[in-house]
Design a protein around this ligand. Structure first.
Ligand code: PEP
Ligand code: CO
Length: 452
């Protein structure tokens, strides 16, 4: 194997590459990014790795969620706080259902790069580059907006830093002290759009959880402190390798290179070619790395990929995020899981029920159905249960806002036009996300009881 170095990805085929037309400007941006302080630290990365290792053996559950495409414009206190709140609320429900600590990982503070199925977009005879996320260009369909601008990487870094700064403050400041769920969910409880049954069920869940925490404290259980401390990790698709490699470095007293734009980068379905630039780059970093695996994946290729990314089979290192589509789970998931198990590769299996369930409405809007999303997770749980492996997490595209992007859970197709804001894939809104967690929670509790 050719030795890895920080630029070895540049010699590999680069899927989804964007060609910057000003190499001097690109070089200047990369130089600047190399000198800027990291967004996360190596000890946070290592701590996440330990928690993922525990999730791999069924001692924790992973909840990953956030926008499909985070935007610079959405770097606002209310939007960020709402996203954290919905992730917290979902995590509470899942803690209650799974009886395990939940690791919260946001798709935020850097989810600015988007792979596209076509490099260009045409409208009324005009052909322009596609929108590749705010780290590359702008959604506006103008030549200026769609130009690949390396300086956008500095804007993205700055907004990721501002977002993370606020996330850390909220988490430290008791915003999410689990002893007081009734305190931190007040804002949401008042929301008119939450149906009474969801509200009641959620309230009951949080009350039971608070009672359990008080009971554990009363008997002096040592894990209470850890259970009640709210930690958020960040993740994003590691697509723009100029950006990611510029923030990758060695740190004192640790071996290897750490990618410090995020705790958990993942490799997307379109960029996971074994000989490609992304796999080459990510095999050299110490972070937990996610890999998306879709319905067309060849199980043996997937095993080769997991070996390439984690040759020592380190615990906690890899997260296999399957996104098969509800209709494909039964066919595509078992052979994949079996091949990985046969090869004895350590991974955390996570279900992304969003990316295999896209549909387009007659009027051309991209949407997803709540029922398909739930069905993919339930079917994935069932497959893992049958094979004796563990589905240890879920991955959602969601927001804490009242958007109308997915169908079901209170919305019909006719509602979609009302508040469709995503610049990329459709997200679950606040109510749909909470309902998803509750439905999933009762399914998980039911499945657990059925096994007892
Ligand atoms: C995404 O997570 O937004 C995405 C593009 O996913 P995938 O690579 O699985 O298609
Ligand atoms: Co998406």
């Amino acid at each position: 194997m050719v030795p890895w170095h920080i630029d070895s990805w540049k010699d590999r085929p680069h899927a989804q590459d964007v060609s910057y037309d000003d190499p001097a400007a690109l070089a200047a941006v990369v130089t600047k990014l190399k000198t800027l302080p990291p967004l996360v630290t190596s000890w946070e990365v290592e701590r996440l790795k330990e928690q993922i290792a525990e999730a791999q053996v069924g001692k924790r559950f992973l909840l990953q969620g956030g926008d499909c495409a985070e935007t610079l414009a959405d770097c606002q206190s209310g939007i960020i706080a709402n996203k954290l709140k919905i992730l917290l609320q979902m995590s509470l429900v899942l803690i209650h259902a799974s009886k395990k600590p939940v690791v919260r990982v946001g798709r935020l503070a850097g989810q600015y790069a988007k792979p596209r199925s076509s490099p260009t977009e045409s409208k009324d005879g005009v052909v322009l580059p596609s929108y590749f996320g705010d780290i590359v260009n702008r959604p506006e369909f103008t030549a200026q907006g769609r130009r690949f601008d390396p300086r956008a990487m500095l804007d993205a870094y700055g907004h990721a830093a501002m977002t993370l700064n606020f996330v850390r403050s909220l988490a430290i400041g008791g915003f999410a002290d689990m002893h007081h769920p009734e305190y931190w969910d007040l804002g949401f409880m008042a929301r008119a759009d939450l149906p009474d049954d969801i509200r009641a069920e959620y309230k009951q869940t949080t009350q039971k959880l608070s009672e359990a925490l008080r009971f554990m404290e009363a008997i002096g259980e040592s894990t209470v402190e850890e259970l009640t401390r709210v930690t958020f990790y960040t993740s994003h698709e590691g697509l723009n390798l100029h950006y990611e490699s510029a923030q990758t470095r060695t740190v004192p007293r640790r071996d290897g290179h750490y990618l410090l734009t995020t705790h958990m980068p993942w490799i997307g379905e379109r960029t996971r070619a074994l000989d490609g630039a992304h796999v080459e780059f990510f095999r050299g970093v110490q972070n937990v790395v996610g890999v998306k695996l879709g319905p067309k994946v060849d199980p043996e290729d997937a095993v080769r990929l997991l070996k390439e990314l984690n040759p020592t089979n380190e615990a906690g290192k890899l997260v296999a995020i399957t996104r098969m589509g509800a209709a494909n789970v039964e066919r595509a998931l078992p052979p994949l899981v079996e091949a990985v198990r046969r090869a004895e590769r350590r991974v955390l299996w996570v279900s992304d029920p969003m990316h295999g369930n896209g549909i387009t409405t007659a009027s051309g809007l991209k949407t997803r159905s709540f029922d398909d999303i739930l069905a993919e997770i339930e079917r994935s749980f069932a497959v893992h249960a049958r094979l004796g492996t563990i589905l240890g997490g879920v991955h959602f595209e969601l927001t804490g806002e009242d958007v109308t992007e997915c169908i079901g859970g209170g919305l019909s197709e006719a509602d979609l036009d009302r508040n469709y804001l995503s610049v990329c894939d459709p997200r679950l809104n606040y109510r749909q996300a909470l309902e998803m967690a509750l439905r999933l929670g009762s399914w998980m509790s039911g499945a657990r009881q059925a096994r007892l």
